[in-house]
Design a protein around this ligand. Structure first.
Ligand SMILES: Nc1ncnc2c1ncn2[C@@H]1O[C@H](COP(=O)(O)OP(=O)(O)OP(=O)(O)O)[C@@H](O)[C@H]1O
Ligand SMILES: [Mg+2]
Length: 719
């Protein structure tokens, strides 16, 4: 039996699979079989060691990755086993909180808030304060809220019953909005993505017994894509693995692409700091790509200084050279790609789904999409296609959420769709009554549906429809419930009447995906759990089973592989992006190079790098990316005419940029706490020093401001 899990693995992978006790780290390049080893190790623990899947936590980076892993694991251990602990960090926090959040005085059916929900709450607050509503303000406040949530202090505030949050106490408007937000959030028992982590931490910190229970429970922990774990995520894993100390992590420091969101490769690179007894396993055979693609990737990533070189080899047969295409315009670039795709399909028998088009940022898909539409070629966008953000999908889910949680957010979303004569005035009335009686809006409506104020409305019908479904919500499948609620509330009739086929199709698609989800979930899926998991889904994770070309950003492509890959928009200021160049900081550029490396290493058989002349969205003239010039010339074929001048110009632009970038790092001339003088701001004190950005934070006393001042600014002198 053991052989089943070990066949198809090389010796080092087998070692990784069979070394089950203690802390183990696997460091290896792209396509070397890390994820495969991790998956098989899971099966080995279950089949050969008899470990229960519920004692085995396996953390993946995206929901998509966890679904894929579940599918593979099930093949190895049998379809009936529960694989619920193969999950993302956030997904696992939901598991924990569902079981134990009552300690924090929250119900287990808490609501998970996505960005849309957060904005709905803000909109309400702005209305109450009679402030003008605009999206950029929302984003600024949301950023502030996220900053506050870097710390867990606010969780204690939320839980404090004696001294509840009181927005009235503050004069500062932003602060007031934030406190109102927290209050409203609490009122619907809503947790956003940051809260999921924070609540889990507070739970563990305050209730040692709960922590011990989970530590006890998790005999083995495995983490994929470990190079992109943030310090909080690592902290969580460390806490959970403290008792049994069986921790297995795999990653590739060269593929760290989330530093901007707090990922820190030091946890894998210096793993032994935290786990002095750890074993390290290196995998050095690449199974994914042709030697040409592998070498192109290596030649690029070698330009990064902050890395350890890996010695990778492949036994795959030699393939085509990697192609660099240069077009005279974006249209030409798109046309060429389309021709290539048609060629792959016609001449090489490739299926569309074997082809991926990758790019640095979402907006870059547009020019290629136009051409795909023009040529009538099926395509799907991972990431940009925001299925779950569409109005009708949000409405349908709000109906389900109302059944499950009865929360105000969902209620407000659908109470008057279709029209039930419950407009602003009546909502205001409901709000007042709800406040007085300490009820939710829905419960208030239920209580007063017969009240004269609601006589000429359809309140009664609405409440009846919801109540009749609430009774059976635990008995019927969620997919059936969806159908019932859409009919009973007249929502389906509404979109049918509108004759909007797209919206109808979307709702049907939701229904279909639910049926699929139920089938793959195995046991009975509860409505509450489905809704909680769903909010965790990013748009990136939508399954797509049509035969279509896949378009996605490089970030989304992490961990995936495709026989044919096009990396488009390979221009300076796009990849590397403008900010990394403007920052003039080597580490920012290196993250861009790692992104290009991740993109390149997705390819199995053929790789195309394309770019074209013209201007970027910001009006800069486009030049081929410096990364093109860093590739191994022997493995590369250039197509398209780049006139000599352009090439020279490009090289000059890059030379200048590079000179700026490689200026020797300056040292901080002043220490923290030093008194300094600024020609404009006057006297100040250095509050802190940011080594990475090479900046001081200086507080200027007379002007009562704090400003970041660059180390290289010569005007800042000692007092
Ligand atoms: N020992 C092996 N023999 C044959 N094929 C293998 C072997 N190990 C892995 N593979 C195949 O090689 C490909 C790459 O494997 P995998 O996705 O596990 O790599 P990875 O190291 O996780 O890559 P990435 O860093 O991009 O996530 C997959 O198609 C996998 O099935
Ligand atoms: Mg992988």
């Amino acid at each position: 039996m053991e052989l089943g899990m070990l066949s198809g693995l090389n010796e080092m992978q087998q070692l990784a699979v069979t070394t089950t006790e203690g802390s183990i780290r696997v460091i290896a390049g792209a396509g070397s079989g890390k994820t495969r080893a991790l998956t098989n190790r899971y099966a080995y623990l279950v089949n050969a060691l008899g470990i229960e899947p519920s004692n085995l936590l396996c953390v993946t980076f995206t929901n998509k990755a966890s679904q894929e892993m579940k599918r593979r694991v099930k093949k190895l251990i049998g379809g009936e086993r529960d694989t619920g602990y193969i999950s993302t960090y956030h997904g696992f926090c939901v598991r924990i909180l569902r079981e134990d959040i009552h300690h924090l005085f929250y119900p287990k059916n808490f609501l998970i808030l996505d960005t849309e929900d957060q904005k709905t709450i803000l909109r309400e607050i702005y209305e109450e304060l009679q402030l003008k509503i605009n999206d950029s303000k929302f984003n600024r406040i949301l950023k502030k809220i996220a900053e506050m949530k870097m710390d867990t202090e606010y969780v204690y505030q939320l839980m404090n019953r004696e001294n509840p949050i009181d927005p009235e106490k503050t004069e500062d408007q932003d602060r007031k909005i934030i406190l109102m937000y927290l209050k409203k959030q609490k009122r619907v028992y809503g947790l956003d993505f940051d809260d999921l982590m924070n609540f889990t931490f507070v739970l563990f910190k305050e209730y040692k017994k709960v922590l011990e229970k989970w530590q006890d429970h998790l005999h083995y922990i495995q983490v994929d894509e470990f190079q992109d774990s943030s310090s909080r995520q690592f902290e969580l894993i460390r806490l959970l693995s403290e008792k049994h100390k069986n921790l297995f992590v795999v990653g590739d420091p060269d593929q760290t692409i989330y530093e901007w969101r707090g990922a820190d490769p030091k946890f894998i690179v210096h793993f032994e700091k935290w786990y002095p007894d750890c074993q390290t396993i290196f995998l050095n055979q690449n199974y994914r790509s042709t030697p040409e693609i592998l070498e192109i990737g290596n030649s690029l990533i070698r330009n990064n200084k902050l890395r350890v070189d890996k010695d990778m080899f492949t036994e795959s047969p030699s393939g085509l050279k990697v192609i660099h295409y240069h077009g005279k315009s974006e249209q030409e670039e798109a046309k060429w790609i389309l021709n290539q795709i048609k060629h792959l399909v016609k001449e090489k028998g490739s299926r569309l789904s074997q082809i991926a088009i990758l790019y640095r940022a979402n907006y870059l898909s547009r020019f290629i999409e136009q051409e795909l539409i023009h040529e009538n070629i099926e395509y799907a966008i991972f990431g940009g296609f925001k299925f779950f953000e569409r109005k009708e999908i949000k409405d349908a889910l709000a109906l389900l959420r109302l059944l499950a949680f009865g929360d105000d957010l969902s209620f407000l979303r659908i109470v008057n769709t279709p029209k039930r004569q419950i407009g602003k005035k009546r909502i205001q009335l409901l709000r007042e009554w709800a406040e007085q009686e300490g009820l939710t809006l829905y419960d208030t409506l239920k209580k007063y549906a017969q009240h004269e104020q609601f006589q000429r409305t359809k309140a009664q019908e609405f409440v009846q429809a919801i109540e009749s479904l609430k009774v059976k919500k635990d008995e019927v499948a969620v997919s059936d419930l969806l159908q019932d609620v859409l009919q009973a509330t007249g929502y389906e009739a509404l979109i049918r009447e509108d004759g909007d086929q797209d919206r109808l199709d979307n709702v049907m698609e939701l229904q279909r995906s639910l049926v699929q989800y139920e089938a793959s979930y195995g046991e009975d899926l509860s409505l509450e759990y489905y809704l909680q998991m769903l909010t965790l889904y990013t748009e990136n994770d939508r399954e797509d089973d049509k035969d279509s070309v896949k378009l996605m950003t490089i970030h989304t492509a992490k961990g995936l592989e495709y026989p044919y890959v096009f990396l488009i928009g390979m221009s300076e200021n796009i990849l590397p992006n403008e900010r990394s160049l403007r920052d003039r900081k080597e580490y920012a550029l290196e993250e861009e190079r790692r992104l290009a490396y991740v993109a390149i290493t997705r390819a199995e058989k053929e790789l195309y790098l394309t770019e074209s002349e013209g201007f970027t969205g910001r009006g800069q003239k486009k030049y081929p990316s410096r990364f093109i010039f860093e590739l191994d010339e022997e493995r590369c074929r250039h197509i398209g005419v780049m006139d000599r001048n352009l090439e020279e110009e490009a090289k000059e632009v890059i030379r200048v940029a590079r000179r700026l970038q490689t200026q020797p790092e300056t040292e901080a001339a002043h220490d923290e706490g030093a008194k300094v003088h600024h020609p404009v701001f006057g006297e100040g004190i250095i509050e802190s020093i940011d080594e990475k950005k090479q900046m001081y934070m200086v507080h200027f006393e007379t002007m009562e401001i704090t400003r970041p001042i660059s180390w290289s600014f010569k005007g800042l002198t000692k007092e």
